[in-house]
Write a protein that binds this ligand. Structure first.
Ligand SMILES: O=C(O)CCC(=O)C(=O)O
Ligand SMILES: [Fe+2]
Length: 498
């Protein structure tokens, strides 16, 4: 499966992408000195193609993220480990001799809590009972308090208002398959209701669970709203699952990551099993791109040096930008990325990780079998994580998909031909699915033979505080994924359509 030989190679196109993100003057999307050094070694000085990727634009892409506007000086908080006489233990931050800050607590009897502590007490976070049921929300004097979600081990999900550990108000409960919902009062089901009604109950409670239940309708136009169906898919896919084990159920494919810092096992490529972005939203993104292209005389082809795509940056699409920043990132993409890759970040909870993400580039790519771009040769991206959303149906084109060399059993360096071998090694996502992977993983756009394919591609980086970790993650994946395929670019282009 991994016939890769470690070795050096010519400058891969990925480094061009990387430089676009990291070397732009004044652009501190990622302050990683390691990434900068590697870039310099790989290719020497470069022409700046992507001048519009400025700090302002990064902030425009992250308006909901207060850190993006005013990055705090972060320092690694010191961690403490304590074992209490009753057998419970704590690992996390402390101040003034007490449990204060982020930490994890384990009881001797199978209960655990991960989240924020204030003066030795749970403040906000996820409490997992020995039964496997979880409560996510706020606490007072050790008991559930305020709006929260109760995630049953059997898959049922409940939202409600809690006080002194009891459900005391109106709420909603979903069946374990997410297809039925009930109104609840004090935790008892009172009547079956529609999924949309259940969602509005959850929305009214303004639950802080990864932002999944919160619907932002303004300023995004209605067509970009995330439907009840899609939220249910995502909830099933992300919120109620155990980060390490159950992710396999979410993802139709994965690649084990060999040597993660911190020693945790995990995956570097995930793909949602169900569509999580609405058809209407996908259509609206394409429509806005084509509208703009008609007005401006076409799509851009010069944004990425060496490995250009025919694309439109999201910041040039006002309606899409609003949807992207208000809905897609906070409600869908970041929770998914945090859950998928959070295992790998030392000392950071998945909720914290979601706060630490920043977009370094976001664009809609168009592959057209008859004109313009038909493929994208394998490369690594200029981010820490990349995710893409398939915007149109598989019936609209033949071939296509995202090629991953690590999935390509037939790959042989020098004789590499994505157009032929890539067929089985490309993930042909259906409309509305999200595919997320380490940016360092060698991948490309498999050639399409007919039709048109649209995909929203997003490079995500992390706050400077995580730069060291990000560089390590990048290097680690890159090394295990093998050398660049730079030389094969010409051959591949010649083989399109085979
Ligand atoms: O076409 C795809 O699925 C991948 C696109 C891609 O890798 C990129 O634009 O960087
Ligand atoms: Fe890429």
């Amino acid at each position: 499966m991994f016939p890769f030989v470690l070795g050096t190679s010519a400058c891969p196109r990925s480094f061009n992408r990387l430089r676009v993100k990291y070397d732009t003057k004044g652009n501190d999307a990622n302050n990683s000195s390691k990434l900068k050094t590697k870039t310099a070694v790989a290719g020497g000085p470069r022409k700046l193609v992507c001048t519009q990727v400025s700090r302002n634009i990064l902030n425009a892409l992250n308006p909901w993220n207060p850190w993006a506007r005013n990055p705090p000086k972060l320092r690694e908080p010191s961690k403490h480990k304590i074992t209490f006489p009753d057998g419970s233990s704590y690992e996390g931050e402390m101040r003034r001799g007490k449990l204060n800050g982020l930490g994890e607590w384990q009881s001797g009897s199978g209960d655990s809590f991960v989240g924020q502590f204030v003066n030795d007490e749970f403040e906000q976070g996820c409490f997992t009972e020995a039964s496997g049921n979880k409560f996510v929300g706020a606490f007072k004097e050790g008991a559930y308090d305020g709006a929260g979600a109760y995630l049953y081990a059997d898959g049922r999900v409940e939202v409600g208002l809690f006080s002194e550990g009891e459900d005391v108000g109106d709420g909603a409960r979903w069946s374990s398959d997410g297809t039925q919902a009930w109104r609840t009062y004090r935790g008892e089901e009172t009547q079956e209701i529609s999924l949309a009604e259940a969602d509005s109950i959850a929305a009214a409670l303004e639950l802080p669970i990864f932002g999944i239940y919160t619907i932002h309708t303004s300023p995004a136009p209605e067509i970009y709203e995330i439907s009840a169906d899609c939220r249910i898919q995502l909830r099933a896919a992300v919120a109620a699952l155990d980060p390490n084990e159950d992710l396999q159920d979410v993802c139709s494919t994965h690649i084990p990551w060999f040597n993660p810092p911190g020693g945790a096992a995990g995956w570097i490529l995930v793909h949602t099993r169900q569509p999580v972005v609405d058809t209407a939203a996908c259509d609206a993104v394409i429509a806005e791109c084509e509208e703009r292209a008609a007005k401006t005389g076409g799509w851009t082809t010069e944004r990425h040096e060496s490995y250009p795509t025919t694309d439109v940056p999201v910041e040039c699409l006002p309606r899409t930008l609003a949807w992207f920043t208000d809905l897609l990132l906070p409600n869908l993409a970041y929770p998914l990325l945090a859950r998928a890759f959070g295992f790998a970040v030392p000392s950071v909870s998945t909720t914290q990780l979601a706060d630490a993400f920043r977009v370094s580039d976001a664009f809609v790519v168009k592959y057209d079998a008859t004109a313009g771009q038909r493929l994208l040769t394998p490369h690594r991206d200029g981010g820490v994580f990349t995710f893409n959303v398939a915007l149109n149906d598989l019936d609209d084109y033949e071939g296509g998909g995202t090629y991953f060399r690590a999935l390509d059993d037939t790959y042989e360096k020098g004789a590499f031909d994505c157009a032929v071998s890539g067929g089985e090694s490309s993930l042909r996502s259906r409309k509305g699915h999200i595919l997320a992977h380490s940016s360092a993983l060698m991948h490309g756009g498999h050639p399409i033979r007919s039709g048109v394919r649209y995909v929203l591609v997003v490079f995500v980086t992390v706050e400077p505080a995580y730069a060291e970790w990000a560089a390590e993650f990048y290097d680690n994946v890159r090394q295990h994924d093998g050398p660049e395929d730079h030389e094969s670019t010409e051959e591949m282009s010649g083989n399109v359509g085979k």
